[in-house]
Ligand binder design. Structure first.
Ligand SMILES: [Zn+2]
Length: 115
């Protein structure tokens, strides 16, 4: 595979090269797509065309526009994240549904419905 170095650098200062990357977004596997990878930190970037395709697919699936901002509240020593009714309905979760909380990094939390 020909390796094409891009004319701009990664935010870490590393070189970006074109590569096929495995794109997964909104829990959907979009397969291997053309994107760019940093040869230094390994960060992957999806091209604009692929983002457009992801957006189109999200609209088809009714996922588009489901994103919400919610405020974290306090309950005892725990913090509570509320699920708006349309998201709860989409996920099929009810009170007492078991979910797994998976922190992906400092700014990202994945919630996996267990049942
Ligand atoms: Zn980098």
């Amino acid at each position: 595979m020909k390796e094409k170095v891009l004319p701009y650098n990664c935010r870490c200062g590393g070189k970006l090269v074109e590569a096929m990357i495995n794109v997964e977004h909104l829990g959907i596997d979009f397969g291997l797509r053309k994107g760019t990878v940093c040869t230094s930190c390994g960060d992957e970037y999806i091209s604009d065309e692929v983002w457009e395709e992801i957006e189109k697919k999200a609209k088809e699936l009714g996922l588009f526009g489901l994103e919400r901002k919610v405020k974290i509240r306090k309950s005892g020593n725990s913090l509570v994240i509320t699920l708006p009714p349309d998201i709860a309905e989409f996920l099929g979760v009810k009170p007492q549904t078991l979910v797994s909380l998976l922190p992906l990094d400092k700014g990202k939390l994945e919630i996996q419905v267990s049942e």
